[in-house]
Design a protein around this ligand. Structure first.
Ligand SMILES: C[S@@+](CC[C@H](N)C(=O)[O-])C[C@H]1O[C@@H](n2cnc3c(N)ncnc32)[C@H](O)[C@@H]1O
Length: 589
């Protein structure tokens, strides 16, 4: 560290008095205020010449590009030969910085198989191979495309073959064949994938946007490294400003005028959840108020097209709407779906559930409502699809929550050790994901309770039917089964509703309180006269009829059962919680 600070002052990095860099077991290097008087709005600045930017990559490899910048860092770190730019050896120039960079960033990308097993059933584990491949592909495509790097291809044969047989590789092989060389800093070649992976993680965990010093003259996505400034750890409450001057220096200002002795100085990497922090930076925050659960829903593109066309008010975000870089303090920008087409959703619709707001939950519910809607129902007016959508969403969240509670496969990999810190990160990440899901389920439950209350007069439960329609309960139902050889049991309130409709229409005996059901039935039959829906007996209706009347029934026909079953299917929802109660919703009431 001393060497790095000495180098920093030589190259013009300006650090205020009263800051000491101290090693912390969990956070690595931390910047601590040592001044008895405290620090007031301290600023750290670094001149352009002390930075590692895409311009250097361009001078070495002929093109300014983030991937080539990562290759440059790998070259400086692992190539024993000098890297000359304008007569200066960059390797020698940046040695103190290169030596101070962490050997390993604790991203799950470089965890061993046992550690990865601790993440079983989380998003991070489910997408690990996909993310690993996208880094490998970045490296592979760059090697193929760049003429200067073409010359080293022969030495990269092993890694290129790994790329080619990627589909057959297990996580364990990735670890053994690639990652071990990365974490042990023993890549076969400076341009190998193992060295690229080290560099890639250095960039994901500590890069800054170049546009701060080069506004309008670089791509928005261009990144760079800022020695010493990048030693500051993350706190999402820290107020900071990133700026520049006429000489393109980078200036980090901490907007806090009372940093006390012993306090840590923080940068702010943005409002990031633990998934993003763990994946890109290798750490998590306990009680992270920015934490979220990412839900990706893949729908057939014609369905997406239909939503975009008919329900433009439904918000359909994609992952890019949330992707933030190390440098985006203003995360979760506003996004507009107006100009999107179904093709934009080929990788799915992405929602980020958070405890702090219900925005995503509301949008998700709209999507589930849309998916539950029949042709004659509308999103705004019909309450049945809203209730059914809520049940569908609740089921989906429950499944995710249940998956997260399953035991992991950690014991399958006894040959590997678990690093305590990684075990800790996995636990905090998983627990927080579960807490957010439970919170969302609680919110859905409270919404359902509210709606049930608000729409009480339009809803009918079997309990209420049995309570008021005493003739059905006492005689009409049993009369249907007088010839049954065995006692008949009713599987569900859904089935009872179908039988109720069958019996009441046959006997024309709806009680006054339930006349609206009779009216709804007329409307329903009328609505479906044109489309022929009711003229074909469905397989479900046949199965229902044969289950209850295996030897037929003298007074109840298959056609009547078909009408009742269709009516009940289309006009009820079944609660997913507890009793799985079916509730009839009025069309006209
Ligand atoms: C930009 S660097 C900060 C300097 C770093 N501590 C070092 O030793 O080089 C980012 C890395 O610091 C660590 N880090 C930053 N903020 C942290 C925090 N709030 N808690 C734990 N680790 C943190 C993580 O290892 C992360 O990858």
């Amino acid at each position: 560290m001393e060497e790095l600070l000495k180098w920093g002052s030589k190259v013009g990095i300006n650090l205020p008095e009263g800051i000491e860099f101290v090693k912390d077991e969990k956070k690595g290097i931390t910047a601590i205020c040592t001044s008895a008087k405290g620090l007031q709005n301290p600023r750290i600045s670094a001149p352009l010449d002390a930075l590692i930017t895409g311009d250097l990559a361009e001078k070495v490899f002929g093109k300014k590009d983030n991937v080539l910048l990562k290759v440059l860092l790998a070259k400086l770190k692992f190539d024993s030969e000098p890297t000359l730019v304008d007569g200066i050896d960059l390797k020698a120039k940046f040695t103190p910085y290169l030596n101070a960079l962490p050997n390993v960033v604790d991203s799950p990308i470089v965890w061993n198989p046992r550690e990865i097993a601790l993440l079983d059933n989380t998003n991070l584990s489910n997408s690990l191979k996909e993310r690993f491949f996208s880094i490998l592909k970045q490296w592979h495509d760059m090697i193929q495309e760049n003429e200067i790097l073409n010359s080293v291809q022969l030495e990269l044969k092993h890694d290129i073959e790994l790329f080619q047989k990627w589909d057959q590789l297990s996580i364990q092989q990735c670890y053994e064949e690639i990652v071990m060389k990365t974490v042990q800093l023993t890549p076969a070649h400076w341009c190998s994938f193992s060295s690229f992976l080290w560099s890639h993680l250095i960039f994901t965990s500590r890069a800054f946007p170049e546009y701060v010093i080069n506004t309008g003259h670089c791509k928005k996505s261009s990144i760079m490294l800022l020695p010493i400034i990048d030693l500051l750890n993350h706190d999402y409450t820290s107020k900071v400003e990133w700026s520049t001057d006429n000489n393109h220096s980078f200036i980090l200002s901490l907007l806090k005028d009372d940093i006390k002795q012993g306090e840590e100085l923080f940068n702010n990497y943005g409002a990031k959840g633990n998934e993003e922090l763990l994946n890109g930076y290798g750490f998590v925050l306990e009680n992270n108020i920015c934490d979220s659960v990412t839900l990706r829903i893949k729908l057939p593109l014609p369905v997406v097209e239909n939503i975009l066309k008919t329900e433009p008010s439904i918000t359909l975000p994609i992952i890019d709407d949330f992707t933030t870089y190390a440098f985006d303090v203003n995360t979760k920008q506003n996004y507009s779906t107006k100009t999107r087409t179904a093709e934009d959703y080929k990788d799915g619709i992405t929602f980020l559930l958070q405890k702090s707001n219900d925005v995503s939950l509301t949008s998700l519910l709209q999507v589930f409502t849309f998916l539950s809607k029949h042709d004659q129902e509308t999103i705004g007016k019909s309450i049945r699809p809203r209730f059914e959508g809520l049940q569908g969403l609740r089921n989906a969240l429950h499944r995710k929550l249940d998956d997260l509670a399953l035991p992991t496969s950690e014991d399958d990999y006894p040959q590997y050790e678990v690093k305590e810190y990684r075990g800790y990160c996995a636990k905090i990440y998983r627990d927080s994901q579960m807490k957010i899901l439970k919170h969302s389920l609680d919110v859905l439950k409270s919404w359902e309770k509210e709606w049930l209350k608000d729409h009480k007069s339009q809803l009918l439960t079997m309990d209420k039917v049995l309570k008021y329609d005493t003739s059905f309960a006492d005689t009409e139902l049993s009369a249907c089964f007088v010839n049954a050889e065995e006692d008949v049991g009713f599987d569900s309130t859904f089935d009872l509703f179908v039988l109720w409709i069958v019996v009441k229409t046959k006997n024309n005996s709806f009680i006054k309180k339930h006349q609206w059901v009779n009216e709804d039935l007329q409307v329903y039959t009328e609505n479906h006269k044109q489309d022929g829906k009711l003229s074909t007996v469905t397989e479900d209706s046949q199965a229902f009829y044969h289950a209850y009347f295996p030897h037929g029934n003298e007074t109840i026909t298959l056609d009547q059962t078909n009408l009742a079953l269709n009516f009940i299917t289309d006009n009820t929802f079944t609660r997913s919680s507890g009793s799985h109660e079916t509730i009839l919703v009025s069309l006209t009431h």
